[in-house]
Design a protein around this ligand. Structure first.
Ligand code: ATP
Length: 284
């Protein structure tokens, strides 16, 4: 028997860093939003062990894949004796600020629970997931949520209003570790109004969200990779009502009010060579 599950990517509508914890981690306050870009995992029972394969040549197969780590955690925690084979079809841009690895891990945990009939409540999953990565608990619940702490303290919000999202990943890789390490040198000069954004979301006001979009990590990535700013600007010239870098970058997203403009802007960015990985999608 095979079990298939989709692993959805996220964007950050707003991202603030409000302090540093004693263990060196940064304390964030961010609004996360699931978008319709997803990886596909296929799980199948096997006699023993864990085998992870992927169609991507840019990802580790086997033990270093976050899918493997999630499957191992599930096997140990729920005393699953049988083995599992998991294939990962990768669509989400890698090292992009879209929580690709974390969402795969979250999906692997859910898939394992279904395949082996181990019921678990979401709180339990979230506690286990955070040991793999700070964004894993969010990926388990998905939707629109405020994330605090290192990203693991979650408050689900109303679904954000309908719009179209153009996602563009320039052909550079940015490690999350690098960005946070360098943030201390740059500092946070202007804090985005995350509380105001939460109110706007719960009031269903797209304009209120657009007015408060901000990401303090841009202060590290944009000086190093000016293409991020070029894409943000170009998206606005092409009709986006606002644009922002997601997470630690380098992915940029633009919000559009209609699909035709989003599609046309995607075509132009592709022609102009600003980004190779491009998607028009929606919140979900
Ligand atoms: P975040 O938004 O949480 O910062 P990200 O989009 O920046 O995440 P990922 O795509 O999750 O970054 O990848 C980070 C690193 O994790 C990659 O360099 C990759 O080698 C490793 N990795 C391990 N397993 C996976 C996986 N299943 N998918 C993506 N990356 C993985």
């Amino acid at each position: 028997m095979e079990y298939q599950i989709k692993a959805y990517a996220k964007i950050n509508l707003g991202l603030d860093v409000i302090g540093k914890l004693p263990d060196g981690y940064h304390e964030v306050k961010t609004v996360m939003q699931t978008v319709g870009i997803y990886d596909e995992l296929t799980l199948e029972k096997a006699e023993s062990g864990i085998t992870v394969t992927t169609d991507s040549d840019k990802l580790p197969a086997g033990e270093d894949n976050l899918v493997y780590k999630a499957a191992k955690l599930m096997k140990e925690k729920y005393h699953i004796q049988e083995g599992v084979k998991i294939h990962l079809k990768k669509n989400i841009p890698i090292a992009a600020g879209m929580a690709g690895g974390s969402t795969d891990a979250a999906a692997a945990m859910k898939g394992m629970s279904r395949l082996f009939g181990r019921e678990a409540d979401l709180q339990e999953f979230m506690k286990m997931g955070v040991t793999i990565g700070a964004d894993v608990p969010y990926c388990i619940i998905g939707g629109t949520a405020l994330a605090e702490g290192i990203g693991e303290k979650l408050t689900p919000l109303e679904l954000a209003p309908e719009c179209y999202v153009l996602v563009a990943k320039p052909d550079i890789s940015v490690s999350t570790k690098y960005v946070y390490e360098h943030l201390d040198a740059v500092g946070v000069k202007v804090h985005p109004d995350i509380d105001g954004m939460v109110e706007a979301i719960n009031a269903g006001s797209l304009q209120g969200i657009l007015d408060r979009m901000g990401n303090v990590l841009e202060a590290v990535t944009i000086p190093k990779y000016p293409v991020i700013d070029d894409i943000k600007r170009r998206m606005r010239e092409l009709g986006a009502v606002n644009s922002l870098m997601s997470g630690s970058g380098p992915t940029v997203f633009g919000i559009f009010l209609d699909e035709d403009h989003a599609q046309a802007a995607m075509g132009r960015l592709r022609e102009e060579g600003l980004a190779k990985q491009l998607f028009v999608t929606t919140f979900c």
